[in-house]
Design a binder for this molecule. Structure first.
Ligand SMILES: Cc1cc2nc3c(=O)[nH]c(=O)nc-3n(C[C@H](O)[C@H](O)[C@H](O)COP(=O)(O)OP(=O)(O)OC[C@H]3O[C@@H](n4cnc5c(N)ncnc54)[C@H](O)[C@@H]3O)c2cc1C
Length: 348
């Protein structure tokens, strides 16, 4: 039996452990935290990620725990809609629920170890599933592959009220964005982002929330309503970090998955989705091919796609959080809506 040590029992690490062939591999998952994160947040699961969840066997449970996004609207800072589209097949699921379901699908044969890993094992395959600040990436690829601090602060949480009528969507203002989406039929997931010097390590939630309330004062009523209902204990505030391309996702006896490989800004809502697809792709290759061929095929299949998503996500962050070009951006974004209205009027 070959040995696989997975460092990081988050979304990528658990999904990998759940899908590896237990008859072929002796697997240990090391996880720094003992419990799921205390502040509840939500993740958008796109259809490709749902296919990965299906392969692990937990898609029905994720769908039952989650909520269909329905329609998604992109709005300006005051709430007027630029574009609205059906978010076909996108499911919002609580991160804690997803982690619990993934955890429960890991076979009992997989060994668990709790605590932060500070030395790499010398034998077997090491999988860096340890997130954006990956110890595996820094140890094997070198310190110059450390995470990069973005200028953005991100806050998110859940409020115990349904999405305000005609209030859902993402609001793009001048240098700031606010998102409102269903967390369930009766609860709302919200997030906000803007440039800030807070942190970069620990961010004080009270201070971040206070700053957010000041920044969004006078913006759309739905945003004001959500911010009035938000409490610090139910809010997560952090600076956004990204990961430069490591060139290849495999080096020697180590391989990277998830944020450790391609940590990106959250603007496309794809990081966890790509982490799940990485994990399932890697597990299937390891289950069916000799180790070197599996690792080579994994980096070939996943590198281009995930790096493209990472770059696109940063571009989206720059557009959504633009400051100087807002009038031009808003004019361009408003064009499809204006064209549609003109077409309808012309047809009458
Ligand atoms: C504001 C925000 C909103 C987001 N929204 C979405 C969304 O809607 N949809 C989406 O797909 N993605 C979203 N993402 C991205 C998503 O959160 C990440 O891409 C995802 O969590 C990556 O999973 P991972 O398992 O690779 O890493 P992580 O979730 O970071 O897990 C890494 C795990 O490794 C453990 N660990 C770290 N170091 C060590 C060590 N040395 N020893 C042992 N254990 C260790 C950690 O405790 C952690 O549990 C968002 C991100 C942010 C910041």
């Amino acid at each position: 039996m070959e040995t696989i040590t997975v460092i990081g029992g988050g979304i990528a690490g658990l999904a990998l452990a759940a899908h590896l062939d237990p008859d072929r591999f002796r697997v240990t998952v090391h996880e720094a935290r003992e419990e799921v994160p205390p502040v509840e947040t939500s993740l958008a699961m796109w259809p490709e990620a749902q296919r990965a969840l299906d392969k692990i066997g937990i898609l029905p449970a994720v769908r039952a725990a989650g909520v269909d996004f329905g329609r998604m609207a992109l709005r300006n800072g005051s709430g007027a809609i630029f574009v609205e589209a059906a978010a076909r097949g996108v499911v919002g699921v609580s991160r804690a629920d997803l982690l619990r379901l993934l955890d429960a699908s890991v076979p009992a044969s997989v060994a668990r170890a709790y605590g932060r890993v500070a030395t790499l094992p010398e034998q077997g395959l090491v999988v860096g599933a340890d997130g954006v600040h990956s110890f595996v990436r820094r140890s094997v690829w070198g310190e110059r592959h450390g995470a990069r601090l973005s200028p953005y602060l991100a806050l998110r949480g859940i409020v115990e009220a349904p999405v305000p009528p005609d209030g859902g969507g993402e609001y793009w203002g001048r240098g700031q964005l606010f998102g409102i989406a269903p967390a369930s039929r009766s609860r709302t997931y919200w997030y906000a982002s803007f440039r800030s010097e807070l942190g970069p390590g620990h961010v004080d939630v009270d201070e971040a929330l206070e700053l957010t309330r000041r920044r969004f004062l006078g913006s759309a009523p739905a945003v004001g309503g959500i911010l009035a209902a938000v409490t610090p204990p139910a809010t997560l505030a952090q600076r956004v970090w990204t990961v430069p391309s490591p060139g290849s996702y495999r080096r020697g006896g180590a391989v990277l998955v998830g944020d450790a490989a391609h940590g990106m800004t959250p603007n496309l809502g794809r990081g966890a989705c790509e982490a799940l697809i990485d994990a399932v792709t890697l597990a299937e290759l390891l289950n069916t091919r000799p180790l070197p061929a599996a690792l080579q095929a994994y980096t070939r299949r996943r590198m281009l796609r995930t790096q493209a998503v990472r770059v696109a996500s940063s571009a989206m962050a720059r557009l959504a959080l633009a400051e100087d070009v807002v009038p031009v951006r808003d004019r361009l974004l408003g064009l499809p809506g204006r064209a549609k209205r003109a077409f309808r009027q012309g047809g009458r």
